[in-house]
Design a protein around this ligand. Structure first.
Ligand code: NOJ
Length: 712
């Protein structure tokens, strides 16, 4: 296609509209046909035909309506974009759960199946993967990410990009950059990050994803070191376009360009358009700043037409890559929708992901349950089908398997259940508690299904208190008084502070929001059809006051070596709380027991250019088959910049039969030890390292490694 020729024939107004995105509601003005988005209606109807892209519509009918709207130009096909974040009609568990599977193939499969479904329904581009580094459980959006480790996030993000591509849609890495560092965990809040921390921790996962050639990158809402990301020349132009040579489409987040006014960075919408365009943000998502002011800005010489042409060309190239010029509706297919959406295969992947992403946090031996155990189900998630969490896309609750359904199917008998109360944080209606206690009295084991209400995490849903809601805690205390055994099954979109409730129960299974197959997955895990193998990828704080708490932190100059409540004055500590989280990154139990032993390095001194192998024996010393995630961490003991106490550098998931053992091996090269040193250079520094292997980030085997310069 001769893009230059097409662009040469476009007016400035047409170019500005090509670079503008509106909500589906602007085009079809049909409330039923849109998923989210309010009609901005800022674009006069006669200009809508020139608009380049549309977001968030509700499937085939809406896609067809958009494509066939009388004013939509047939020679300028629209790009249809959507937040397909963890599934389309088949909703998979939240990404934070997918991260906890430590299974890149599974993550890729979830993305691929989502893409196949979305494509059949007319989606060209998904706004995913979200790979923000997240350390603060108060932030509502931690569940969209795969957690607090940049290395894992990068690999998981790459797996998703591969999956979306296999499934036939384009994708968008977001939110560039450092959105996850929102101060005090409050959404959209300011971030202030040193250059070193930015390069070393926050940027890594976005840049890692670029290796899979995602078509788009989305800018974030936050200020970064005083500059709103939509105006951040250093990161958008110098780094992303310059250093990284990203020549795909950069899109703003929803209304983000106009938000530079509220940030106190631009005086008016015209100024916003000027700043964003000069930073080569190709698509203005729903600010209409470009639509209204870009032509004028070019005429006034404030934005060069050459730049605008370049931006338009990127959008046209994307349309071309997706085959939209040959047939704008190419992907749309009722037949494929019927074949793939909610297919057996998709459900199977969703169930596996929910099983492998759920984490057994506690178990005193009560789990797995016997099929004939006398159980009841109590709590707001006992019968609920609201198991999909945020960004459920086109998922419908009627397609969700509840815990009650899952358990009844597996055990073949009916299970008494009482919701007892709502899961909402401020629930106050106690009228259901008495009935719950009556039912609980009649059973031997109470399976309590509780957690955070599904709409209380996600965008704009930050929390200052991340404990279980007070009424649920009260219910648990009352259930405890019955003297019965209690299995707590938790659902949430963030790590919760569980210090008060853990002592009340015999086991805790943490399922995040597990998606449409949640009930089947929970049943399989509780009854041992599947052995729990998921790990948490965010540390679980003991109390909200510890936030942000993350494993890959630094040692202070006054470390508290013995993390007890005893007086440790003048060390870095809280007087009323331990430093360690309740559950560390990488933690998760199994119904069998694994032993990791005989750790050794092939050599303990390595010269530049060489590599060493670290190995250990993993043995299943329990009496049932299981899977374990062996994690490799390193610590650079002394550097030109202080290094974190631990950093994940490798992992592998291993299945072992009872009694079986195997050797795990990881290669450590200079690259494994490299970081952005004080001079800004990315390299390994000679000296001493600690190499650690563990099945979580806390309990590790250690050995020393020394890196030396090459021999002369
Ligand atoms: C705002 C969110 O921050 C972003 O993640 C999402 O893709 C857009 N809205 C579009 O819905």
């Amino acid at each position: 296609m001769d893009y230059k020729k097409i662009i040469a024939n476009m007016t400035l107004e047409e170019k500005a509209l090509e670079l503008s995105q509106v909500a589906a509601a602007d085009i079809i003005q049909d409330a039923d046909a849109v998923v989210t988005g309010i009609s901005h209606s800022g674009v006069p109807r006669e200009q809508l035909g020139e608009i380049g892209s549309v977001l968030n519509f509700s499937g085939i009918e809406a896609a067809k309506k958009i494509r066939s709207a009388p004013f939509v130009k047939k020679d300028n096909p629209l790009l249809l974009m959507q937040d397909v974040v963890h599934g389309y009609k088949t909703v998979y568990p939240l990404n934070i759960a997918i991260g906890g599977t430590f299974d890149l193939e599974l993550a890729e499969a979830c993305a691929e199946m989502s893409a196949i479904e979305a494509k059949a329904n007319g989606v060209n581009v998904t706004f995913a993967p979200m790979v923000d580094l997240v350390r603060d459980a108060r932030w509502g959006r931690v569940n969209e990410s795969t957690g607090e480790d940049p290395y894992l996030n990068g690999l998981m993000g790459r797996a998703s990009v591969r999956g979306y591509h296999k499934g036939g849609i384009a994708c968008c890495v977001k939110h560039f950059a450092a959105y996850g560092a929102a101060e005090s965990g409050r959404d959209y809040n300011t971030t202030d990050i040193s250059d070193h921390a930015l390069k070393e921790y926050y940027l890594k996962s976005y840049l890692e994803c670029l290796k899979e050639n995602p078509e788009m990158v989305m800018t974030s809402f936050n200020l970064l070191n005083g500059i709103p990301m939509n105006g951040h020349t250093e990161l958008l132009v110098d780094l992303l376009r310059g250093q990284e040579k990203f020549d795909g489409v950069v899109i703003s987040d929803y209304g983000g360009i106009s938000e530079m006014i509220a940030h106190g960075y631009a005086e008016d919408l015209k100024e916003c358009a000027r700043i964003a365009a000069n930073n080569e943000i190709d698509i203005d998502m729903c600010s209409l700043a470009y639509a209204k002011y870009l032509p004028e800005l070019v005429r006034e010489g404030k934005v060069s037409e050459e730049k605008v042409n370049r931006m338009v060309e990127r959008v046209l190239r994307l349309k071309d890559k997706l085959g939209l010029y040959e047939n704008a509706s190419a992907g749309i297919s009722e037949e494929r929708d019927k074949t793939y959406c909610l297919s057996r295969e998709a459900r199977e992947i969703a169930r596996r992901a929910a099983e492998d992403g759920s984490v057994l946090l506690e178990n005193n031996g009560i789990l797995p349950l016997k099929k004939d155990a006398n159980v009841c189900l109590i709590g707001p998630y006992a019968e609920s089908r609201e198991l999909m969490g945020e960004w459920a896309c086109l998922g419908k609750t009627e397609n969700v398997v509840s815990v009650k359904k899952g358990i009844e199917k597996l055990t073949g008998k009916s299970v008494p259940s009482v919701a007892a109360c709502s899961a909402q944080w401020n629930a106050a209606d106690e009228s259901g508690l008495a009935e719950a206690l009556r039912v609980a009295e009649k059973s031997e084991i109470i399976i309590v299904c509780m957690g955070e209400y599904c709409k209380e995490s996600g965008e704009s849903h930050s929390r200052s208190n991340i404990e279980l809601a007070a009424l649920q805690v009260k219910l648990l205390h009352k259930l405890k008084e019955t003297g019965k055994k209690i299995v707590l099954v938790l659902f949430a979109g963030r790590p919760l502070a569980l210090t008060e409730v853990v002592p009340l129960v015999d086991a805790v299974l943490f399922c995040w929001h597990p998606g449409i197959e949640g009930g089947n997955a929970v049943a399989n895990l509780l009854y041992g059809t599947v052995n729990p193998n998921g790990k948490i990828t965010m540390s679980f704080p003991r109390s909200v006051g510890q936030c942000p708490v993350y494993y890959n932190c630094f040692s202070t100059g006054r470390p508290k070596h013995n993390d007890t409540y005893e007086n440790a004055c003048f060390t870095s500590r809280y007087i009323d709380e331990l430093n360690a989280p309740l559950y560390p990154f990488g933690y998760g139990l199994s119904y069998t027991k694994f032993e990791l032993k005989d750790m050794r390095l092939s050599v303990s001194t390595m010269r530049r250019g060489e590599s060493v192998t670290v190995s250990a024996t993993l043995k299943n010393i329990g009496n049932r088959a299981g899977r374990e995630v062996v994690q490799l961490y390193i610590r650079d003991k002394f550097g030109s910049c202080a290094r974190p106490v631990k950093e994940l550098k490798g992992f592998c998931k291993i299945a072992l039969a009872a009694g079986e053992q195997t050797q795990v091996r990881f290669k450590i090269s200079e690259e494994t030890l490299a970081y952005f040193t004080a001079s800004g250079e990315y390299k390994a520094e000679t000296g001493d390292f600690e190499v650690m292997l563990g099945t979580n980030s806390r309990d590790v085997l250690k050995t020393d490694l020394r890196l030396l310069d090459r021999e002369l």
